[in-house]
Write a protein that binds this ligand. Structure first.
Ligand SMILES: CC(C)(COP(=O)(O)OP(=O)(O)OC[C@H]1O[C@@H](n2cnc3c(N)ncnc32)[C@H](O)[C@@H]1OP(=O)(O)O)[C@@H](O)C(=O)NCCC(=O)NCCS
Length: 182
């Protein structure tokens, strides 16, 4: 496989980006493949411009999450959201438009989050992906492992219970190199 290359430019999102972010969220995965792994469409926020606008606060927050976007050629092709968890930074959600996947955009977004966490003195980036009730991990698990994330546990929580009975969250973490300044 050739190395992923991208000229993606990553920046904080703003309210004007909401329609493009919602489109990324709608087109990253199909509703069919989300069944048993993610919230049902009516309980999701990011795919819907109106819902996302309602929870948006300036400059780049949607609820508790900060939103960052990747642009290629001036078009929004992906986004990532983060939440401050004290000593760690949680990568909450990442979506790349399906027609732009496999070109290095997701990797660039994750690297951006890791750099931001490192600059803020965090010890690790944490995230979770789902495991269906019959024990199958969400398709992106090997991608996270490829990026250096290791599984730290498997749990049921408020989010998994909303997805469905028996669904679990695979918790993952990547430790960051400590800066020499501290
Ligand atoms: C998961 C997702 C964000 C990845 O973004 P992307 O832009 O498609 O990924 P990239 O193009 O950056 O990945 C390329 C790299 O990953 C590697 N890779 C791709 N698929 C892989 C897989 N299944 N297993 C291991 N490595 C993989 C490639 O070899 C490449 O590595 P390299 O940079 O060392 O050459 C994107 O596919 C997506 O939006 N998926 C749907 C939503 C989703 O699953 N979000 C995550 C929820 S936990």
């Amino acid at each position: 496989m050739p190395p992923a290359e991208t000229s993606a430019h990553i920046r904080a999102a703003c309210r004007q980006d909401i329609p493009a972010i919602a489109e990324c969220a709608r087109t990253a995965t199909s509703e069919a493949e989300e069944i048993g792994f993610g919230l049902p469409p009516e309980e999701r926020t990011f795919p819907y411009e109106e819902k996302l606008s309602t929870v948006w606060t300036e400059p780049n927050k949607a609820g508790m999450e900060e939103v960052w976007i990747a642009e290629v050629g001036g078009h929004v092709v992906g986004y990532v959201t983060t939440e401050d968890r004290g000593s760690t930074l949680e990568l909450v959600n990442i979506d790349v438009r399906q027609d732009q996947q496999g070109k290095g955009v997701g990797t660039a977004l994750v690297r951006f989050v890791e750099a931001m966490a490192s600059d803020a003195g965090k010890s690790a980036v944490t995230m979770g992906t789902s495991q269906s009730a019959d024990g199958r991990p969400w398709k992106s698990l090997p991608w996270w492992q490829h990026l250096g994330y290791i599984v730290t546990g498997v749990e049921e929580n408020a989010w998994t219970r909303r997805v469905g009975p028996g669904v679990k969250e695979i918790r993952m973490r990547k430790l960051l190199a400590q800066s020499s300044g501290g």
